[in-house]
Design a protein around this ligand. Structure first.
Ligand code: ZN
Length: 77
């Protein structure tokens, strides 16, 4: 395993980090890369923001839904 990941690898790790805990080595590789790469820093920030937004959405989902129910299908019987 190379110590210095490519942008593509970092993007993948950041994405995977949303669903699972990254290993210490993976975290370090991402961190090190973020120090030198503005593009991935921005990407990482956006992913975090998205996750934050998703969490808020999930919490908001606990209250009664304000969205209309899915349209009822009228199937011939
Ligand atoms: Zn990068």
């Amino acid at each position: 395993m190379k110590l210095k990941p490519t942008c593509r690898e970092v993007h993948q790790l950041v994405s995977e980090g949303q669903d699972r805990d990254l290993s210490v080595v993976e975290k370090i590789r991402v961190r090190v890369h973020l120090v030198v790469c503005d593009a991935c820093t921005t990407f990482n920030r956006q992913m975090r923001f998205l996750r934050h937004a998703m969490r808020k959405f999930e919490i908001a989902d606990d209250v009664p839904p304000t969205s209309p129910p899915p349209p009822a299908r009228r199937e011939p019987e």
